[in-house]
Design a protein around this ligand. Sequence first.
Ligand code: FNR
Length: 220
Amino acid sequence: MEEQHTHSGQGHTSFLIFSASSRSGSLNTRLAKLAAQVIEKHGGTVDFADMAEFDCPTFNQDLEVNNYHPDGAEAFRKRILANDAFIIASPEYNGSMPGNLKNIIDWTSRFRPQPFHQHHALLMSASPSMAGGNRGLWALRVPFEHLGTRVYPDMFSLAAAHEAFNDNGSLKNELLAKRFEDNLVAFKDLVEASKHYPCIKKAWVEFLGEKPAKETGRVE
Ligand code: FNR
């Protein structure tokens, strides 16, 4: 069968990974770096980004003249399209996602074709709290699912994250470390299957009894 997505080449799967906190000493950046190690350990390619690369002005539709898109949104769009999937480690702010993350999602959603559509995503969070920032991830699912992103069902939230890491960046709790690795490997397997066996998508649509049609498509 001919490859459908050849952008990352040679049958590899590639992952854009970044932390939604630019804070020095960020717990989410530590978690994102650990995710990158696990993906590489299992043969995936990692494109690690710094959230600052995607910085955008506060969204205002008045700025959208002459097909204007901020450089940060253009950079985010390119990196999403250049990889098979993306992984975000995001802090929880006031029970939701950080405003700057929502801002770059809003700007980037304005491109056509809309870049988040049909891309796989895995969400994770780290927080000193006992819920590990998990409520923020449920909030973050909403815009991504709205945009047609395939958000992986399992999300990983690291509780008491300020005490969770060894000096070498690994997790102190071995059971948790195993769960983290299993979560990432399961996600990676799905991304790989979806890349190499595009017939899965067709079967899904047919099972729902819906014929794909221009009029009922999710975007455009
Ligand atoms: C927080 N923090 C936080 N934590 C949490 O578990 N639930 C929450 O609702 C909030 N709310 C919140 C709001 C704001 C404005 C700030 C600055 C912080 C604490 C947060 O989890 C903690 O600062 C993390 O360390 C932030 O992530 P990084 O920067 O370490 O990745």
